[in-house]
Design a protein around this ligand. Sequence first.
Ligand SMILES: CCCCCCCCCCCC(=O)O
Length: 290
Amino acid sequence: MVSLRFPFLFSQPKRPNDISHATTSRSFSATTVVACAFAAGAAAFSGIAVAQKTTNPKHSFLQNAMDLLLPNHSSLPWGSLSLADTSLTVVESKNGVSFPSVVFQSRRLLGMGLRRKSILGLKNIDVYAFGVYADDNEVKKVLGEKYGKLSISELKENKEFKGDLMGGDIGMTVRLQIVYGKLSIRSVRSAFEESVGSRLQKFGGPDNKELLQRFTSQFKDEYKIPRGSVIELSKDQGHVLRTRIDGKEVGSIQSKLLCRSILDLYMGEDPFDRQAKEEIESKLASFLQK
Ligand SMILES: CCCCCCCCCCCC(=O)O
């Protein structure tokens, strides 16, 4: 269950790297002010104070109000919406982390999840919350012809579609927001070594040590990763994986295999968060319905 966040009370401080955040802000500011006023009034009137994360969000009265006032909002995953006066963010339900609804001008939030990791097999810690983004126009351009006639449920059963989503030349971003407070850059490197390494092996065989090393060596000792840090892994045109830490680009590598391996962690057969993967797939399939 997630709480419905009302304007001004719960918006998070803006991070300087949220370029896209600011872009979103501009385009939504006028409507969000109206929507917030309407939504607050509607909730008070109807006694609805809490919105539950549901697969059919249209059951919510507030959601209906949002449908009227922000016609495009249904493209957002229904965590909880924080409609601050200057930005539109979505709150990840398990850890309360805010994600911008759009990054890099055109990449829309598909779904959010949580990465848990066990330490020495003793206890599980929440390491980071993540959001996965894609450019809906690129999804349509690359996959529309092949899959445009299939329904969402057909697409969700279609393995080839999933492979094409991860392997196609479609702009996507995975945004990791660190929630664990004691993370060293060494542990980030070794976690990537393990997770990305296993995927490189799965899709590309054993001869990809150098590629893995190029990727992990981007996370240099000098970088600090306190709680709240943001690591962005963006797949740009031509299968270029661009890595940013708190908005600063730390490297880029052109490799279809590496891009595919990164996406597989969040959308593949054995994802870190299965519920997030479902959300992501549904949203991607919905892009092809229009
Ligand atoms: C103490 C646990 C340290 C885990 C650090 C994970 C940091 C980012 C790694 C991203 C890839 C992954 O989740 O495996």
